[in-house]
Design a protein around this ligand. Structure first.
Ligand code: TYD
Length: 152
């Protein structure tokens, strides 16, 4: 498994069709985003200014996080570097690759966080403890370029 970093996460512009009746934004598998969507979920009724508390990482999941309404911050962290995206447009999303710790906070009141995800829900795919996340990342680096197993 590749050791991902925060620069693998990026803002994706979603198609926007504008007319006087309002706007439509469309996400299509294989076109807008580099994974196939298997699950959609959304966070809402998050109290204004709040955070989703703590954050977590995934081992395999790819996701696109969109502020379908309102705004919030998405902080991505690869164990070494952090980067915060403030998203506040329904036609812009943050692409998050596996192996990234992510936190959501500063929700504006009434905001809706739409998440397009590459797999079905699996508790086993989560890393919820930051210390375990760091260990997970370190193990990946050791496997990649490090010393042969026998020399460790
Ligand atoms: P979780 O992803 O842990 O959210 P956060 O880290 O922001 O608190 O999800 C919270 C709860 O919702 C968790 O107990 C499991 C449930 N859940 C599902 O059942 N299916 C899903 O697709 C998601 C995202 C969560």
């Amino acid at each position: 498994m590749k050791r991902t970093n925060i620069y693998d996460c990026s803002i994706i512009e979603i198609d926007k069709h504008h007319n006087e009746k309002g706007n439509i934004s469309v996400v299509e598998n294989g076109k807008t985003i580099p994974f196939r969507v298997k699950r959609v979920y959304y966070l809402y009724d998050v109290p204004g200014g709040e955070s989703r508390g703590g954050g977590h990482a995934h081992k395999k999941l790819h996701q696109l996080i969109v502020a379908a309404s309102g705004s919030f911050d998405v902080t991505v962290d690869d164990g070494e570097l952090k980067r915060t995206f403030t998203i506040n447009r329904p036609y812009r999303g943050v692409l998050i690759v596996p192996g990234i710790w992510r936190e959501l906070d500063n929700f504006s009141s009434g905001s809706v966080c739409l998440v397009l995800a590459s797999t079905e829900y699996s508790d086993d795919d989560y890393i919820r403890d930051y210390k375990q996340f760091k260990e997970y990342k370190n193990n990946l680096s050791n496997k990649r370029g490090g010393k042969p197993e026998t020399l460790k």
